[in-house]
Ligand binder design. Structure first.
Ligand code: FAD
Length: 625
């Protein structure tokens, strides 16, 4: 396994080299000077009907693109949108200028904001068609790329170097900075966030002995037990204890930095218990608003965006820095006086790597590219490969988590209409329940693999969306999802079944059985046929699926989390195959393995980023060669 991943890295590096060469070749034909001239005079061969045109498109939400053109030039692009702050909104702000600057539509889709990027490009194309452009003119504009002039190679030195500006990386960076250290954070994309900013924000933690914990019959011990057993006892017990014992102090740390959470914890899918804390800001944006505010108030954290870490620098037996490639292909060397923290996330978007890892346990029928992923596109296992090249051991690589909740087109969690697990059921294309919907994520998804077309519907009633325009966990309005045909709404179960294309009798029978348990359980002493025990909200408000309108949304299996990765100890020090510490190298977040075992509990990954990110920041700050 180890050898294979390294060999793949080298193969990929060669392939990348080839791409770089081709890119350089195509760029030599057109200097940046030419491109500026081009932009100033527009597109010589293309002629517009002068005027202002509008088009609608759908990103995360509906948006309107307004484009103004003269006879030979795009002069203005305006986007009227409600895209999420920190995710789609920055794209809606930057794309108009880039379209005008390049006089083209060949902009790179922004990682993590694919829907918004494509919506703006498609909307602009539609508006330009109204201005008289043909399909082939649009293709010409799509081929226009921004020219790149290679910048000088450079070298930087910091007290602590962090690779990856997701949740774990930023927790490490802020913690190291709180210890008075100068930190450089290397991030391949244009912004902080990674998978963390896309997350539902559910963060498991128990304030032991508090009224909330008592009301929910919860404790740190129970969190530990469910995490360990939920991962089939494969998690390293010391790491699991570190996770659960320090979860609440992680929440308190975030609060001390200004992050706000709703009071009541809830049960996130596969979380098994109501202990997920939800930030007030949508999705994972609250984490990065908090980290950004910290950086605005405190000097000493330098963000190197559009910089891709390629390899770790080792001096004798100590990791001392990182070799990177800048956005123009230049070499950037970042040296560390203290530790280097790997926080590059998992490998959910690396099809080859996940297929190979799946061979270890053969848990999933396939993880080829017919199965999409919830992850953002840069989550390709770079950190795992870099660590392996300096002798790190990898652990539990075969433990890969899928969710049954992917969008059929993209695999993303966008369009997932569930909130708490208690109030919804899953039915297959026959309208029948097939699994304990409040159970483990792997059981639910394995169950879904066995259903026709590996496809199911989430079904619920208006308890979750009393007005119909409330947001789901991913910041989307239910009414928008219905209007876009991504969710189904009906006044009766018969009509819902008809729109879903499933048997109405079966759907009604499934709902009736579920409702029986919601009304106090089975009076005849029979347990739920799938072993489900979570039926009502902790406040007892939900009494089943019985209040119109009813809602449904179609979902498929999707790769969500990779629990295997770099082996660490409780100090987040990276270990080799003999469990010996690789000096100077720390790792936190999804890049690591061995914490969650075979199956990560919903809500435990964000806890992982905060708990282990903080430890990594602290230990890397105190490391001396
Ligand atoms: C849609 C979605 C919803 C989720 N919801 C929840 C939830 O509600 N609760 C929960 O507990 N978990 C959730 N998870 C899981 C959780 O979000 C992730 O496991 C966690 O955020 C990973 O954090 P991380 O810091 O390890 O990695 P990430 O946040 O993914 O950050 C890694 C960063 O490293 C960068 N990077 C990668 N390679 C390089 C390189 N070579 N050079 C430089 N930079 C690089 C990436 O661009 C990225 O910014 C969700 C995941 C997804 C995808």
């Amino acid at each position: 396994m180890k050898q294979n991943f390294i060999q793949k890295t080298k193969k990929q590096a060669l392939a990348l080299g080839l791409v770089a060469l081709l890119a350089t070749t195509s760029l030599t034909g057109c200097s940046s000077k030419d491109s500026t001239k081009d932009a100033a005079k527009g597109n010589a061969a293309i002629s517009y009907k002068a005027g202002t045109y509008t088009a609608k498109a759908t990103g995360m939400h509906d948006l309107t693109v307004t484009v103004t053109v003269t006879k030979d030039k795009i002069t203005d692009v305006k986007i009227d949108h409600q895209e999420t702050a920190g995710i789609g909104a920055p794209v809606a702000e930057s794309f108009p200028n880039e379209i005008i600057e390049t006089q083209g539509l060949g902009l790179d889709v922004v990682t993590g904001a694919t829907l918004t990027s494509n919506a703006i490009l498609n909307g602009t194309a539609d508006a330009l068609k109204q201005a008289g452009l043909s399909d082939s003119d649009i293709e010409t504009l799509k081929a226009k790329k921004k020219d790149v002039v290679k910048e000088e190679d450079k070298e930087l030195t910091a007290d602590v170097v962090v690779i990856g500006a997701g949740g774990a990386g930023m927790a490490a960076a802020v913690t190291a900075n709180q210890q008075g250290k100068k930190v450089v954070v290397i991030e391949t994309t244009t912004k902080m966030g990674g998978n963390t900013i896309l997350s539902g924000g559910a963060l498991n933690a128990v304030d032991d002995g508090s009224k909330t914990a008592k009301d929910n019959k919860d404790s740190v011990a129970k969190h530990y037990e469910q995490t360990y057993e939920g991962g089939d006892k494969e998690g390293d017990t010391k790491l699991v204890h570190t996770l659960t014992d320090n979860a609440w102090s992680g929440v308190e740390w975030l609060k001390s930095l200004g992050m706000k959470f709703y009071d009541q914890p809830f049960t996130v899918t596969g979380g098994l218990w109501p202990r997920a804390h939800k930030p007030e800001e949508p999705e994972g944006t609250g984490f990065f608003k908090t980290y950004q505010e910290y950086m605005d108030k405190n000097d000493g954290i330098t963000m190197l965006y559009e910089t891709t870490a390629k390899s770790l620098i080792k001096d004798g037996d100590v990791v001392t820095g990182v070799e990177c490639t800048g956005k123009t292909g230049n070499k950037i060397t970042v040296k560390s006086n203290g530790g280097v923290v790997l926080a590059t996330g998992g490998f959910g978007q690396n099809v080859e790597m996940r297929q190979e890892a799946n061979e270890i346990n053969k848990k999933w029928p396939t993880l080829d590219d017919s199965i999409k992923s919830t992850n953002t596109s840069t989550i390709k296992g770079d950190g795992i490969k870099m660590a392996e090249e300096v002798g790190a051991d990898l652990t539990q690589m075969g433990n890969i988590q899928l969710l049954p909740l992917g969008d059929p087109e993209t695999g993303s969690l966008s369009g997932n209409i569930e909130h708490a697990v208690e109030s919804r059921i899953f039915v297959n294309l026959d309208g029948k329940r097939f699994v304990n919907e409040a159970g483990r994520r792997d059981d639910m998804t394995l169950g879904l693999f066995e259903q026709k077309d590996k496809t199911m519907y989430i079904v619920m009633d208006s308890d979750t969306y009393p007005n119909g325009d409330e947001l789901n966990n991913f910041g989307e309005k239910m009414s928008d999802l219905v209007a876009a045909g991504r969710a189904i709404k009906a006044d009766t179960l018969e009509d819902l079944a008809k729109q879903m294309g499933v048997s109405a009798d079966n759907l009604k029978a499934s709902v009736k059985e579920y409702n029986r348990y919601c009304k106090g359980g089975d009076k005849e002493g029979k347990t739920d046929e799938f072993g489900r025990s979570l039926f009502t909200d902790t406040d007892g408000v939900n009494n089943g699926i019985n209040t119109a309108p009813y809602y449904a949304a179609v979902r498929v299996p999707t790769v969500h989390h990779t629990m295997g990765g770099v082996k660490i100890n409780t100090n987040t020090e990276v270990l080799d195959a003999n469990n010996k510490v690789i000096k100077g190298l720390y790792a936190a977040g999804e890049v690591t393995g061995g914490i969650h075992g075979t199956n990560r509990l919903g809500g435990n990954a964000l806890t992982d980023t905060v708990v282990f990110g903080r430890i990594a920041g602290e230990k890397a700050a105190s490391f001396t060669k």
